[in-house]
Ligand binder design. Structure first.
Ligand code: ZN
Length: 172
């Protein structure tokens, strides 16, 4: 991919505040190379299951995006990268319909309940597959899937994830 055009979505947890945030940074080839160098496959996590379910759910809502030819979903030890130690996940395939490229912090993932894993994965896939940006930081957006801040301890039930993802798909 063209690294200069890559766009990252960073899903961060500020551990003291128990809040996650997601921010975009463009044209950061240094960050991209660091994340890639700290990445590794995690076949036991079956990340493809999340991607397959995402496309299936979109179909239920009558949304049929082009299936990306290249699908990269990996762990990356972001806690070993100075500026990313608080990051949970990031995507860099936005505005590139031929590519899904998502990196997950393994230390976030191993502690995250199922609902939070789905929440973060769908948030990143919405960037990556649907080219949707984060919602603005307004209180009225709190609790929506593309809101850039979440309390990671509040997302504990699958119903929360299902309601938030359906609200997003319904709005498209
Ligand atoms: Zn985001």
């Amino acid at each position: 991919m063209n690294k200069n055009k890559s766009m990252f979505c960073l899903f961060a947890a500020l551990s003291l505040l128990l809040i996650s945030s997601c921010s975009m940074c463009q044209s950061d080839s240094y960050l991209y190379s660091k994340v890639k160098s700290c990445s590794y496959d995690a076949p036991e996590e079956h990340f493809d299951v999340y991607v397959d379910k995402f496309y299936r759910d979109l179909g239920v809502f009558g949304i049929y995006p082009v299936r990306s030819a290249v699908q990269i979903v990996k762990f990356s030890k972001m806690d070993q990268i100075k500026s990313l130690t608080h990051i949970n996940a990031l995507s860099c395939g936005i505005d590139n319909d031929e590519l899904i490229e998502i990196y997950i912090n393994p230390y976030f993932w191993e502690k995250a309940p199922k609902a939070l894993r789905y929440w973060v994965m769908y948030h990143e896939l919405a960037h990556d597959v649907l080219n949707i940006s984060d919602l603005s930081d307004l209180p009225s957006n709190n609790g929506r899937l593309m809101y850039p801040y979440i309390n990671t301890y509040e997302i504990t039930h699958m119903d929360q994830f299902i309601e938030a993802s359906h609200e997003l798909f319904d709005s498209l």
